[in-house]
Design a protein around this ligand. Structure first.
Ligand SMILES: *Cc1c(COP(=O)(O)O)cnc(C)c1O
Length: 362
């Protein structure tokens, strides 16, 4: 069976090998006579899956010992509330700095202000979020509890290629759409979070990587116990029944990434794939991308056709060529191609061929 190429922003394409492994292991995981979906989360078998997932992630990202890995059902949107509840603790008038670079940092700000004071240290709203504000212009507060960044804006198509110097104020980074697409200098962050459904699995679980210093204070009393990071850490991410199947998929994806050459290889491929598409856009008289060249995302490439009326024929033609889910986010219009880890280079080559052909014929 040949599968179409799926450019969805998330839930996103998975490697065929991983899907086949899931299918093969579905009726009877490792000869147990039952599937992962039916296992007790306290069984030795599931604990081995959880432990492997955690060890593989630590290994892939070289996560130092003084950082903990947590798995939670809270999706990134939920974490926009849960993180301030945990980190602001009982401090009076605690506040957070935000760098507003697009839709997801904007949503995070709106949510965080329910739990503390939000200060916008920098924003690229004026230019329609097509760039990342120059670090020199950021107005960071000296006493914020943390600085929030969305290091890859999935909808706007911008990506950070630097880690800002926040003068010892911990950085909290939403890396949902690019974690595991390149090595990360973990020590530069206080907390990293990502939903699994983009680069490392399926919807239903998020990964949190947190410096142990951020676990010293208690969470705000309003924080639900199952989302209390200290408790999650103490109970090995098993306060309540965890999303066992989604964690199993994480394990398989981490193994696949490792086997495929690790993060150096993911990074190389992400650059190659996105360069193919950006070069097609830059040479074209029909398509364009609005993002500043210094911060174009390697994983999410929004682009527009010269005439709105061509959008529908473009999408229909793409479907006929086995190129799915290219329609842009509903708030932005146009197109978007998401090029996550599991998107093969061949998929991007096919897309570029199709785009050139469409341009010739329209
Ligand atoms: C997809 C995404 C989210 C939202 O994830 P949900 O699972 O819908 O909560 C948040 N932040 C970023 C950067 C994303 O890419």
């Amino acid at each position: 069976m040949t599968r179409p190429f799926n450019f969805s922003a998330g839930p996103a394409t998975l490697p065929q090998e991983v899907i086949e492994q899931v299918a093969a292991e579905m009726p009877s995981w490792h000869g147990m006579g039952l599937s992962v979906m039916e296992m007790s989360h306290r069984s030795d078998e599931f604990l081995s899956i959880l432990n492997d997932a955690s060890t593989l992630l630590r290994d892939l990202l070289s996560i130092p010992k003084h950082y903990f890995i947590l798995f939670t059902q809270a999706s990134p949107t939920a974490l926009n509330a849960i993180i301030p509840m945990n980190l602001l603790g009982k401090k009076e008038r605690a506040f957070m700095d935000f760098v507003h670079t697009g839709v997801f940092s904007g949503k995070a700000m709106l949510e965080a202000q329910k739990y503390g004071n939000v200060h916008v240290a920098a924003s690229s709203e004026k230019n329609g979020f097509t760039s990342i504000p120059d670090e020199k212009t950021w107005q960071l507060s000296s006493n914020a509890t943390y600085v929030h960044l969305c290091t890859n804006e999935t909808i706007n198509g911008t990506e950070f290629f630097f880690v800002p110097d926040t003068k010892n104020i911990p950085i909290v980074a939403d890396m949902t759409s690019h974690l595991l697409t390149a090595p990360v200098d973990i020590e530069k962050y206080g907390l990293i979070f990502a939903g699994a459904q983009k680069n490392m699995g399926i919807a239903g679980v998020s990964v949190i990587i947190i410096h142990h210093d951020l676990l010293t204070d208690d969470a705000q009393p309003i924080c639900p116990s199952v989302f209390d990071f200290k408790r999650l850490k103490e109970q090995n991410s098993l306060i309540n029944t965890p999303p066992v199947f989604a964690i199993y998929l994480c394990k398989l994806m981490f193994q696949w990434i490792k086997k495929s050459g690790g993060l150096i290889q993911m990074q190389k491929q992400a650059f190659e794939k996105s360069a193919l598409l950006y070069s097609c856009l830059d040479q074209s008289a029909l398509y364009h991308n609005k993002v500043d060249k210094t911060c174009r995302s390697r994983t999410n490439v929004p682009f527009f056709l010269k005439e709105e009326a061509l959008n529908e024929p473009f999408i229909q033609g793409a479907i006929q060529h086995g190129l799915l889910n290219l329609k842009g986010h509903r708030t932005q219009g146009g197109m978007r191609a998401s090029l996550y880890n599991a998107m093969p280079k061949k998929g991007v080559q096919r897309l570029v061929e199709y785009m050139k052909e469409f341009e010739r014929t329209h």
